[in-house]
Design a protein around this ligand. Structure first.
Ligand code: FES
Length: 692
């Protein structure tokens, strides 16, 4: 038995254990003990992904008695996800159950948070060279009795004389290091100057390479591009899950976490700073040779990197990173800077600051060069953040004649439409359905997630591919597949395929005329569902299905995007767009044909639909390698007209129409030949489609 006020909690199968305060939720206990449990809704009790089982009995091995009563009172929200039978067996929602006494908690496979597969590789985009920091080599004379000028003035004179730099300031820490560095270099030093305004580094000798990092903080993933600021080469791309995911999957749940917990903002900010630091370390370690085991050499010296043979290893350290740029949506931006994000979540969503900010890395607690700045790109509007500005400066629609529609699909959908004449932006609440939350078998893009699905239109046989396994299911034995759930790209595929094969009607309802052994009624709730993977192909010991309710959720998300695009086009007075660009980590995996079939956006030539990958990260990189891009970011953030779509008087009607597949009324000439004619020309039946 734990101490008074404390209880012992043991998680299985990981075996992690420890004492926690009585009264905390099982999710909070799991966090404290380092156990990852899915909390897609941020403990708002609406996703049902955090199910755990309380084991009953005396467990001699651990010396505890665990009982269902020790997990606190049953909450009514739990009834939505846990049947009376399962309740009897000890199942609870981790965010509802409270630790009231010792507990042995089993975390089922489907509730374990897998490590997300993050794919945010850098794209080859054209960027002109003009970094914010530049290095200058100077040689100065040693002071004498006749010429005892101060160290700093010697450097300033030389920088003026040789490079025409005037009016420079110097960072205090750089100034403190100046005398020793000058003397160590025998009066020959390299000087790092930021924005032609401030000396931020002086170090001995001549150095011609210097480095920076561009970071994209997404709600779910964080990607860092480690760049050589001279050659503009991306030395490495490193990424991770946003460590704030444990506080909730979407922006609103993070804001809620801040509102509900007095130290919430501090915790979330600390987590992301630590995460960034981890990426910095990882990127730098990648420039060192693998550690050499010298144990057998009778020499206990620390294994240091060998001298860079053939210059193969750059052997860089965090202090070599001299500049950093960051993009992120408004909430991520505010949380990083510990700015109150509360108002960003409430209409009319005003951010604390619009403009781009230059902040000393040390003030943020980021351990790169001690005098370096971090440039955080500007914000357009409450829901359209610096990430969208990043997309804009990478894609530059404002320099083109053709009208582009850029869709950044994340937990929130951000839209930009326009060309050199005019640019408008908006955002729509796609909700988390496209990323897997709230669907019966939705999950993140982690190993075991079904990411591609095809359905044979004649036999309705399903083939699919899971993350972590190269072969499709049809080329694998059932027990090799180990499917666990369906992730975002699989979710887009499934709706397009169900529609194309006639299993789902235009309205989104399962077709009652269809006879398929995969289409059945759920024995518990009598609702129709379609089996994607049979039990023997899964690692969770049950069939993976897509339910009627799931389809409604996907329709709500895609309807929001489509409706957003259409209303923006109406505002611009155009009937069609010249090009559709799909951005976001999600964007790299989207099958453009299927995206059009399910009606994610209005009709467009298939060849003109392109994935631009992580364009927000590309924008951060552009601003790192070219300081004029920072001015451009400022200009564009103030010149995009943000429009709020929900205030349009026919918004509801447009939304309803956009929920149908691909749309209730709009024509899709580019789907001819891709979708059977009788399916594409179905008479639209809107009955059964209800907005929540
Ligand atoms: S229901 Fe518990 S985290 Fe969503």
């Amino acid at each position: 038995m734990g101490k008074r006020g404390k209880a012992m909690v043991i998680f299985q199968p990981s075996g992690r254990r420890g004492e926690v305060d009585k009264g905390v939720s099982i999710i909070e206990a799991s966090r404290q003990l380092g156990v990852d449990i899915e909390t897609l809704c941020g403990e708002k009790r609406v996703c049902g992904k955090c199910i755990v089982r309380i084991e009953e009995g005396f467990f001699e091995k651990y010396g505890i008695r665990s009982t269902k009563a020790n997990a606190g009172d049953w909450q009514k929200e739990e009834g939505k996800f846990i049947t009376p039978d399962k309740r009897e067996q000890g199942y609870r929602l981790g965010c509802c159950a409270q630790v009231q006494g010792d507990l042995l908690v089993f975390v089922p496979e489907e509730s374990r948070a897998g490590k997300q597969v993050v794919s945010k590789a850098a794209r080859a985009i054209h960027i002109d060279w003009d970094p914010a920091v530049k290095y200058y080599y100077v040689e100065v004379a040693e002071p004498t009795f006749e010429e005892p000028t101060a160290d700093l003035e010697r450097i300033l004179d030389e920088l003026n004389h040789r490079y025409g730099l005037t009016g420079l300031d110097i960072d205090l820490l750089a100034l403190r290091n100046l005398p020793s560095q000058l003397r160590a270099g025998d009066w020959k030093v390299t000087v790092g100057v930021w924005m032609d305004r401030e000396i931020i580094r002086v170090f001995p000798g001549k150095h011609e390479s210097y480095y920076g990092m561009a970071i994209d903080i997404g709600t779910t993933t964080v990607a860092a591009y480690f760049c050589n600021l001279v050659t503009m080469e991306v030395i490495d791309t490193v990424s991770m899950m946003n460590p704030q995911c444990k506080y909730g999957e979407d922006v609103m749940s993070r804001i809620t976490y801040h509102v509900m917990h007095p130290d919430g903002l501090q915790k979330m900010s600390d987590d992301i700073i630590q995460g960034i630091q981890g990426l910095v370390t990882q990127a730098c370690e990648g420039t060192h040779p693998p550690k050499i085991n010298k144990r057998n050499k009778g020499n206990d010296k620390k294994a240091t990197p060998e001298k860079a043979e053939d210059n193969q290893y750059l052997c860089l350290n965090p202090s070599d990173i001299i500049d950093m740029t960051i993009v992120g949506n408004t909430a991520m931006h505010h949380i990083l800077l510990k700015l109150n994000p509360e108002h960003v979540g409430l209409a009319p969503f005003p951010p604390v600051a619009h403009k781009g900010l230059d902040i000393k890395a040390r003030d943020l607690g980021i351990g790169i060069n001690e005098s370096a700045y971090v440039h955080v790109l500007p914000i357009e509007a409450g829901f359209v953040g610096a990430d969208n500005v990043g997309v804009l400066i990478a894609e530059e629609p404002y320099k083109k004649e053709e009208i582009q529609l850029i869709i950044d699909i994340g937990t929130n959908g951000e839209l930009v439409l326009g060309n050199q004449e005019k640019l408008i932006s908006s955002s729509c609440a796609t909700g988390p359905a496209l990323e897997g939350a709230q669907l019966a078998f939705g999950m993140r893009a982690a190993p075991g997630a079904i990411e591609r699905i095809t359905i044979d239109p004649d036999t309705h046989e399903v083939d699919y591919k899971v993350i972590g396994r190269d072969a499709w299911k049809s080329y694998s034995k059932p027990e090799q597949v180990q499917a666990k759930g369906i992730c975002g790209s699989g979710i887009l595929d499934v709706l397009a395929e169900l529609y194309r094969s006639g299993i789902v009607l235009k309205s989104g309802r399962f077709n009652p005329q269809e006879k398929s052994k995969r289409l059945r009624k759920n024995s518990e709730n009598n609702q129709p569902e379609f089996v994607i993977a049979w039990k023997e192909e899964t690692s969770i010991d049950k069939d993976i299905v897509i339910t009627q309710k799931d389809i409604r959720q996907i329709q709500l998300a895609k309807g929001a995007l489509y409706c957003g695009c259409k209303l923006m086009m109406r505002r611009m007075g155009i009937e069609k767009v010249d090009r559709v660009k799909i951005a976001g980590a999600f964007g790299t995996h989207v099958d453009r044909e299927k995206a059009l079939i399910m009606g994610l956006f209005p009709d467009c030539e298939i060849e003109k639909i392109i994935s631009v990958g992580n364009a927000a990260g590309d924008g951060a990189r552009a601003a790192l390698l070219n300081r004029r891009k920072r001015e451009e970011a400022h200009w564009v953030s103030r010149n995009v007209q943000y429009i709020e779509l929900t205030v349009e008087k026919d918004f509801q009607e447009q939304f309803m129409q956009a929920m149908q597949i691909p749309h209730m009324k709009d024509e899709f000439p580019h789907l001819e030949g891709l979708v059977p004619e009788e399916i594409l020309n179905q008479i639209s039946k809107s009955q059964g489609l209800k907005l929540k």
